[in-house]
Ligand binder design. Structure first.
Ligand code: SF4
Length: 313
C-alpha cells in the first residue's frame, strides 16, 4: 500500500481512509504550524504525481476488508490540488469503487484556477483553510508561494463556494501572537459568513509544528475567537477543536506498514500507536523500537507529549 493510509480517526470526518496523492511536502504554502515540517517544494503549477488507477485500486483493497470508513479523504503530504489528476482520481473512486463520500482538505490557494474548482466539484465535502484574510498575517502564517495573491485566493474561494453543490467547511488554525487579534478574527468570520460555509472549525496546534516557536493561543484568546465566530456565524456553525483526535486507530493489513504510512502524513501520539498495536502484536514497544532503528519513524516531544513522526523532519 503506497498511496492509501489508515483508516484513522479524524476530528472532523469520523473515521477516515486517507489518500496521499502528493509526494512529501509539495505545497503552495509553508505554514509555520505544518505538522509535516517545512515545505521542500513550494510550487503552484499542477502536475501528475501518481496514477489515479493505482489510488483507486488501493482504496478498493482496503474497502474490501469491510472496515468502517465514514470518508475517503484526500489529506496528503502536501497540497492535494497540485495533483493534476485529482478530479480523475475522485471520479474513478466514486464511479467504480465505493459510494462512501469523498472529502478533500485543501489550503484553497489554487481555487482561482477553474480546473481546480472543477476537480473539487466532484467531491462530497471540501474543507478550505482560511487562517487570515489580512495580507501581512497570511504571509506570516502560511508563507505562500511568491506568485500567489491573497485577493485572488479569496475571490477563487468565493467563486467555488457559489458553484459547489457539496458540503463546504473551513478550518482556521489559531497561533499565539500571530493571528488571534480581534480584527483578524472578525474579518475571517465575516468572510466565512459571506461565502456560506456550513461549519467553521477553529483549531490549535496539537502536533509538532514546522517552527519550534509556534504555540497554541492562550485560553482566553481561544475563547475570544470562538465567541467572535459564534456571534458572526451563529453557534451551530462554529466548532472549536482544541483536543487531540480520539485514539481509535484500526489497523488494517500489516501493523508495521500501517504505522509507517500513517506517520508519514500524520504525527501519531506514542500512546495511541502502542494502544492500536497492542490489539495486533505481542510487543508493541519492541515493534516501534525496530521502526526507529530502521529509520522509518522517529520520536519527538511537543507540548509534553511524545509523538512518532516521519524521519526526514
Ligand atoms: S499545513 Fe497544509 S497548506 Fe500548510 S504547509 Fe502544511 S501541507 Fe501545506
Amino acid at each position: 500500500m503506497r498511496l492509501v493510509f489508515g483508516p484513522v480517526p479524524s476530528r472532523r470526518l469520523g473515521t477516515s481512509l486517507g489518500i496521499n496523492n502528493i509526494p512529501y511536502k509539495f505545497c503552495t504554502y509553508s505554514c509555520i504550524y505544518c505538522q509535516l515540517g517545512l515545505t521542500r517544494n513550494k510550487i503552484i503549477n499542477r502536475r501528475a504525481f501518481y496514477d489515479p488507477e493505482e489510488i483507486a485500486k488501493e482504496v478498493a483493497s482496503v474497502i474490501s476488508s469491510n472496515v468502517k470508513v465514514d470518508y475517503i479523504s484526500f489529506v496528503p503530504d502536501g497540497e492535494p490540488t497540485l495533483d493534476i489528476n485529482l478530479g480523475k482520481a475522485i471520479t474513478t473512486i466514486k464511479r467504480r469503487i465505493t459510494k462512501i463520500p469523498v472529502a478533500i482538505l485543501t489550503n484553497a490557494s489554487l481555487l482561482w484556477r477553474e480546473d481546480v474548482r472543477l476537480d473539487l466539484s466532484y467531491a462530497d465535502l471540501v474543507s478550505i483553510k482560511v487562517d487570515s484574510v489580512i495580507d501581512s498575517i497570511w504571509r506570516k502564517i502560511n508563507r505562500p508561494h511568491v506568485d500567489l495573491k491573497l485577493d485572488e485566493v479569496l475571490s477563487g474561494i468565493k467563486a467555488f463556494a457559489m458553484e459547489f453543490k457539496g458540503t463546504l467547511i473551513s478550518e482556521t488554525m489559531l497561533v499565539r501572537k500571530v493571528n488571534v487579534r480581534k480584527e483578524n478574527l472578525e474579518e475571517i468570520a465575516s468572510y466565512l459568513k459571506e461565502i456560506g460555509v456550513k461549519k467553521a472549525f477553529l483549531l490549535i496546534p496539537t502536533r509538532p509544528p514546522a517552527e519550534k516557536w509556534v504555540l497554541p493561543p492562550h485560553y482566553e484568546d481561544m475563547y475570544k475567537a470562538y465567541v467572535i465566530f459564534k456571534d458572526i456565524l451563529g453557534e451551530e456553525r462554529v466548532e472549536l477543536l482544541s483536543k487531540p483526535e480520539r485514539p481509535d486507530f484500526q489497523i488494517v493489513g500489516s501493523p508495521e506498514e500501517y504505522i509507517v504510512k500513517t506517520v508519514e502524513v500524520h504525527p501519531m501520539r506514542y500512546e495511541h500507536a502502542i494502544q492500536a498495536l497492542s490489539r495486533r502484536v505481542r510487543n508493541p514497544e519492541q515493534l516501534i523500537m525496530k521502526l526507529i532503528e530502521e529509520g522509518k519513524v522517529k520520536l519527538i516531544r511537543y507540548a509534553g507529549t511524545t509523538f512518532l513522526i516521519r524521519p526526514e523532519r
